[in-house]
Design a protein around this ligand. Structure first.
Ligand code: PMP
Length: 450
């Protein structure tokens, strides 16, 4: 069996890895994975790693989960794929029924795409097209939050605001209205999350007041701006936003691609604000992290605005080849079955408490500005100066040092800049959480010692 080094050499001859400066791999090894089981990944040299980031936030119930595997094997022998234009299949019907059931009341229709970015594209296009169909031709713009992230395709990138990914492509991107985020990292000392989020909402109110006639929708990542360094805010912001969107006649798009399926402690983050968005984008955990599939949930009134005689040209003529792929849908059904039979949302409460207790002492570290948590996501913000919160220059790549240390200790922790975080599969044990926090602390010591 070839070793890590042999796989890496072959890999580097032909691959171009995502989100990577390939030159880094002159000194930073690629880790070729031979197999996965539960929270563990194993490489070709026999090293094992706890997947603390759920392989880019997708995995919910462990790698090679026996229940999802069994469902997929069955599906594979029944139907691997079929065109969804004019055709249908059992898995997509059952999944749609269940998604309508579990998402907030009023989201009655599912439109499928095949990854998160395309779901965002669908929601943006549907919102715009809805207003066109309703004769509101001036509505052509979108409102987004600073520090947001919605994917890498051009429209998804345009409504995002992470400079690292966006800046280069700026000349290609549509113009959006960017409102300061409710990101509670910037709250005043002694100010509560809810007070700060509420205070930040005033800026959104002003933007909507000024621009609502030209705005189709506001798009947000509910409660956690994940790619934007796991910055978090209070549900009050979403409650107020829902109310304002209704008042101003603007759609609300909730991008729950990263936070959906239990990450924030509830099945969907919107539940904590008791709101129903006009569009909810789902992906990642939708298939338990097995296969690329995404869904955009929307309401009957929006669906109805497209429903007319063909010649009216009101139809939503958007498609992707793998829309509603049966294997993806079946993995999703198996995933939802685990949520139900194992009462996962309630069971996770214990893990949430363990993560909280285990990470609390990290706040005392001289280079940790904040330890923050929403449900199954905990993030540790490293800073150069704890008192002034002066950040480490990004060029120093402190987080990368934590990544390297963690690999040497059997953990896949992939920080975002200077933010180290845990977003583990739900099959992690309390002991494994403690082990990860220990590794994280060692890594933080190493990364901040000079
Ligand atoms: N929206 C959010 C909130 C995300 O976190 C991501 C992926 N990290 C996306 C959209 C894009 O999803 P994908 O990578 O599947 O295109």
């Amino acid at each position: 069996m070839p070793t890590n080094a042999e796989w890496m050499a072959r890999d580097l001859k032909v691959l171009w890895h995502p989100c990577t400066q390939m030159k880094d791999h002159e000194w930073l090894p690629v880790v070729p994975i031979k197999r996965g089981k539960g929270v563990w990944l194993e490489d070709f040299d026999g090293n094992q790693y706890i997947d603390a980031v759920s392989s880019w936030w997708v995995n919910l119930f462990g790698h090679c989960n026996p229940r999802i595997n069994a469902a997929l094997v069955d599906q594979l022998e029944t139907l691997e794929h079929v065109i969804l234009g004019g055709f249908s299949h059992r898995a997509v019907v059952e999944l749609s029924e269940q998604l309508v059931e579990i998402t907030p009341a009023g989201l009655d229709r599912c439109f499928y795409a095949d990854n998160g970015s395309s779901a965002v594209e669908v929601a943006l296009k549907m919102s715009f097209h809805y207003w066109q169909n309703c004769g509101q031709k001036k509505k052509t713009r979108f409102v987004t939050l600073s520090n947001s992230y919605h994917g890498e395709t051009l429209a998804a990138l345009a409504v995002g605001d992470v400079a690292l990914y966006k800046e280069t492509y700026e000349p290609l991107l549509m113009d959006v209205i960017t409102v300061p985020s409710p990101d509670c990292y910037f709250r005043e000392e002694g100010e509560s999350w809810s007070d700060y989020s509420e205070r930040q909402f005033e800026k959104m109110e002003l933007a909507l007041e000024k621009h609502h006639q030209e705005v189709c929708a506001v798009i947000v990542e509910p409660l956690i701006q994940c790619a934007g360094n796991m910055r978090m805010y209070h549900p009050i912001y979403l409650t107020k936003l829902r109310e304002a969107c209704d008042r101003y006649g603007v759609h609300l798009i909730a991008d729950e691609i990263a936070v959906g399926f239990g990450r924030t402690g509830t099945m969907f983050a919107c539940e904590q604000a008791k709101i129903t968005p006009d569009f909810m984008c789902l992906s990642k955990g939708l298939t338990g992290g097995y296969l690329p599939l995404s869904a955009v949930m929307t309401s009957t009134p929006i669906y109805d605005a497209f429903y007319d005689d063909y010649e009216s040209m009101k139809a939503f003529l958007h498609s992707h080849s793998f829309t509603g792929n049966p294997l993806g849908c079946r993995a999703a059904l198996a995933t939802l079955d685990i949520f139900r039979t194992d009462d996962v949302i309630n069971a996770n409460q214990q893990l949430i408490d363990v993560m909280k207790q285990a990470c609390a002492p990290l706040a005392d570290h001289p280079h940790v500005a904040e330890v923050r948590q929403h449900g199954m996501v905990v993030a540790i913000e490293l800073v150069k100066n704890k008192k002034s919160r002066e950040a480490y220059p990004w060029q120093e790549r402190r987080g990368l040092k934590v990544y390297q240390h963690a690999l040497s200790r059997g953990a896949l922790l992939r920080p975002l800049g200077n933010v180290v975080y845990l977003m583990p599969p739900y099959v992690i044990t309390p002991e494994q959480i403690h082990q990860l926090v220990e590794i994280m602390l060692e890594g933080i010591h190493i990364a901040t010692r000079d």
